[in-house]
Design a binder for this molecule. Structure first.
Ligand SMILES: Cc1cc2nc3c(=O)[nH]c(=O)nc-3n(C[C@H](O)[C@H](O)[C@H](O)COP(=O)(O)OP(=O)(O)OC[C@H]3O[C@@H](n4cnc5c(N)ncnc54)[C@H](O)[C@@H]3O)c2cc1C
Length: 453
């Protein structure tokens, strides 16, 4: 944990411009310093506060600290606390974020999707022998990523951030107010603030970043008798139908010694408990005899916030609103946005040697992020609007999931986080099948006018 935490000392910022010719290698980035119009921070390192120690915050802090920025990572919860989450991550995340295999509870190689009329389709037939969806417990993943940020040089502060004061001038410091052990109030002056504090982000509020629509997700952890747990050895289930959600899906995800049974919705938040009863009813025989060990609920953002960067503050992960529609997936995007943002600050500050500004964050973070992921998020938004709208559309969705080509494209996109490249003939066939299924379910004409992205 924290070794030396500086007390409040608003450092003075020298406003003279400075040009440097030093060459640094930071996180595989080669930085050649050039003439700069930014104020100098001669004699010290750029100082950043990262608020929130989930996947977004830890990945940001790791990138910042490894790149030479003086980094403070604030987390209010103890390591044993688990963020409410299904804990499913794509295969590519293990490699990209060097997550050791022993942290993975389950290798899911079979995915079964159930239609409103309970027709089941097996959805993992095209997976190769080395491919799987990794299921982890969030307390395990988050602790690991947090301690890696500390090993990279970040100071982890176990505290609740209560407020962020904005600077009175463009080069003055931000002030982070925080409370340690629910008792001691402290302040810290920083140059840069990263809001990685999740869907209820205090940092977003402090910069007036605007609101986003949220879904609410509800989940019960149920410990099953061994013979029932065996059914979920390497199997995850998804249930669609208005009984489990009008606009999302219900799930059963296997964990180390229990299953997570949950559902989510935007349209019917008041009725979430009724919907949870719906998913419980659907899986009744499979969870009978199980012991309820935890009940949890949390908002899931539906789209990015109107503002994600303001001044020297940037939002990442759920705070920014990076969760895909359709699947409700956000862990990978949290970690990835944190890394992109951390590297952006490192690059713009030339390894922590100079001040940055809003333009730097827009150019090095937002532009790169949006270039990489906007079309994927829009595509999944479109799919959700087509297929989650009614029970008829959900029947069509499950029918389509039986198609091997659809399965291959879906899994490749999910596991490797790239929109998979298709074959022209197969793509045409898939479009025809989609239209066929929608026509069969009598929904095509009624829906098309609503599908402009
Ligand atoms: C029920 C449910 C199931 C889900 N299942 C999946 C799934 O299977 N796969 C998937 O990819 N995604 C899933 N998601 C989405 C996923 O959980 C989020 O997208 C992801 O956690 C975002 O990570 P983050 O680091 O941005 O935010 P968070 O994980 O929310 O982390 C924010 C951190 O900030 C800390 N914090 C907040 N405020 C303060 C403060 N003031 N001071 C100090 N610390 C603070 C919090 O304690 C927390 O640790 C699910 C979500 C829910 C609700």
């Amino acid at each position: 944990m924290a070794a030396k935490i500086p007390t409040f000392s608003p450092f003075s910022l020298n406003t003279k411009t400075k040009s440097s010719k030093s060459k640094l290698h930071v996180n595989k980035l080669t930085i050649i310093a050039s003439k700069s119009t930014h104020p100098s921070i001669a004699g010290r390192k750029l100082r950043a506060a990262v608020i929130g120690g989930g996947p977004a915050g830890s990945s940001t802090a790791e990138a910042l600290a490894a790149g030479g920025v003086e980094t403070f990572l604030f987390e209010r919860n103890p390591p044993s606390a688990a963020k409410p989450c299904g804990g499913a991550i794509p295969l590519c995340m293990l490699d990209e974020f060097s997550i050791p295999l022993h942290l993975v509870d389950r290798h899911v190689t079979r995915m079964r999707i159930f239609s409103p009329s309970n027709i089941a389709v097996d959805f993992g037939k095209t997976l190769k022998s080395n491919e799987f969806i990794a299921m982890l417990r969030r307390e395990v993943l988050d602790s690991f990523l947090r301690s890696r940020a500390a090993s990279a040089g970040a100071t982890v502060i176990s505290a609740l951030v209560t407020a962020v004061d904005l600077p009175p001038s463009p080069t003055a410091p931000y002030t982070i107010h925080y409370t340690v052990q629910n008792t001691y109030r402290r302040r810290l002056a920083v140059d840069v603030v990263i809001g990685a504090d999740g869907a209820n982000s205090r940092v977003a509020k402090s910069i007036g970043a605007g609101d986003y629509t949220c879904a609410i997700a509800f989940q019960e952890r149920i410990r099953l008798p061994d013979e029932k747990m065996a059914h979920y050895e390497n199997l995850a289930e998804m249930y669609v139908g208005n009984d489990v959600s009008p606009d999302f899906y219900g799930w059963v995800f296997p964990k180390c010694d229990h299953v997570a049974v949950g559902t989510g919705t935007v349209r019917s938040k008041q009725g979430i408990k009724l919907l949870q009863r719906g998913i419980r009813d659907r899986v009744r025989d499979k969870i009978n005899g199980g012991k309820l060990i935890k009940v949890e609920a949390h908002p899931i953002p539906e789209h990015p916030r109107p503002v994600r960067v303001r001044g020297r503050v940037a939002l990442v992960g759920d705070a920014a609103g990076y969760v895909t529609k359709c699947s409700g997936e956000g862990i990978y995007f949290a970690a990835k946005s944190g890394r992109v943002c951390g590297n952006a600050v490192v690059k713009a500050s030339e390894g922590g040697l100079k001040m940055i500004d809003e333009h730097d964050l827009r150019r090095e973070y937002l532009k790169i992020w949006d270039g990489e992921y906007t079309s994927m998020f829009r595509f999944l938004d479109l799919l959700q609007r087509v297929f989650y709208g009614s029970n008829a559309a959900k029947e069509a969705l499950v029918e389509l999931c039986g198609d091997e080509y659809v399965q291959r494209m879906t899994f490749e996109s999910y596991l490797y986080k790239k929109l998979a490249k298709g074959r022209v003939l197969d793509d045409a066939k898939m479009v025809m099948n989609t239209i066929g299924s929608l026509v069969k379910c009598n929904i095509l004409g009624r829906k098309m006018e609503g599908l402009i992205i």
